[in-house]
Design a protein around this ligand. Structure first.
Ligand code: PBE
Length: 302
């Protein structure tokens, strides 16, 4: 079992979300004059992009997009859980909403959503999620280092874990189940690695749904190997500082090259980059498919 003293998960609030996609067909509103409808969309949105925590790279990228496209919008910060709740509420009422989104994410299997096209590239290209160890981990804990280095899965694996957590599963229990049901994958990560006897290891993460999933899964694997695993929930900037200053042993939450590129540049001499644990991630502005806009340019006021 993990040492849970640091965990402050905020899953309960999203667990009760209604599945409400079925009734969301388009309305007669689309027959109106396009220019007046476009104006009303900005007003209905209150010139607001629903963001997540202020330290997230996707929030910084959304602010960059506001600048790049000359938008009259504000990026409202809150948390990942508050964002998905706002998205759920909007979809239930078939109201417009723009959120800072990313994938892998359970939201795409739960709702009919689309990314707004980003012709200026404010949100960058496809990304990898990398594993980063503190300097010295390889010498101090070669077994854990080996497993962390081997850790690699795909978007469908991660979404599988995310969906079950979103449906109300306790992250640690969902991770346990995934590890037990995917011994073919996990055995590749642990192949030839010797067990240890209760050495303490800490992983830091941010309470984004992707990182709750990945950190709990790799934590379970290390726990099975004999480690005394603790997971520490922090904000994004402090997570990078923690691994660079060896306050944590590793993170599996480095979105590169774009989303966390500034942090990476800042700390690259003080960290050990173990490469991707997942490829083909992305960030951007996400809206319900029933919305009549397709690109960030559509947010520019006529
Ligand atoms: N995210 C999920 C993070 C990285 C992982 C896209 C919300 C961010 O924006 O920093």
């Amino acid at each position: 079992m993990f040492n849970k003293k640091y965990k402050k998960l905020i899953i309960a609030s999203v667990a009760t979300m209604a599945i409400f996609v079925a009734g969301c067909s388009s309305t007669g509103a689309k027959e109106e004059d396009p220019s007046s409808e476009a104006a009303s969309i900005h007003e209905q949105l209150d010139y607001t992009i629903t963001g997540i925590d202020a330290g997230a790279g996707v929030v910084a990228a959304a602010e960059q997009a506001v600048e790049d496209y000359g938008l009259d919008y504000t990026v409202q910060t809150s948390s990942g859980a508050a964002m998905t709740q706002a998205l759920s509420d909007a979809i239930e009422n078939e109201e417009p909403i723009i959120v800072t989104g990313w994938n892998p994410h359970w939201m795409f299997s739960q709702y009919d959503l689309k990314y707004l096209e980003d012709s200026k590239g404010s949100f960058g290209e496809a990304e990898n999620i990398n594993t980063i160890a503190r300097l010295g981990l390889e010498a101090d804990m070669p077994e854990a280092y080996q497993v962390l280095d081997n850790f690699y899965w795909d978007g469908a694996d991660m979404e599988n874990v995310m969906v079950q957590i979103n449906e109300g599963g306790e992250p640690e229990e969902v991770a346990r189940e995934w590890v037990d049901n995917n011994t073919d994958k996990v055995s590749v990560w642990t192949e030839g690695v010797a067990s240890v006897d209760g050495q303490e290891i800490n992983l830091a993460y941010v309470a984004w749904d992707t990182e709750i999933a990945s950190t709990n899964v790799i934590g379970t694997v290390l726990s099975d190997l004999g480690y005394d695993v603790s997971l520490t929930q922090v904000e994004n900037g402090p997570m990078w500082e923690a691994v660079a200053s060896a306050q944590t042993d590793a993170i599996v939450a480095a979105w590169l090259p774009g989303t966390h590129g500034d942090h990476y540049e800042n700390f690259k001499a003080e960290i050990d980059d173990l490469g991707p644990n997942l490829e083909g991630a992305a960030i951007g502005l996400v809206v319900p498919a029933y919305m009549d806009i397709d690109s960030i340019e559509d947010l520019i006021e006529e």
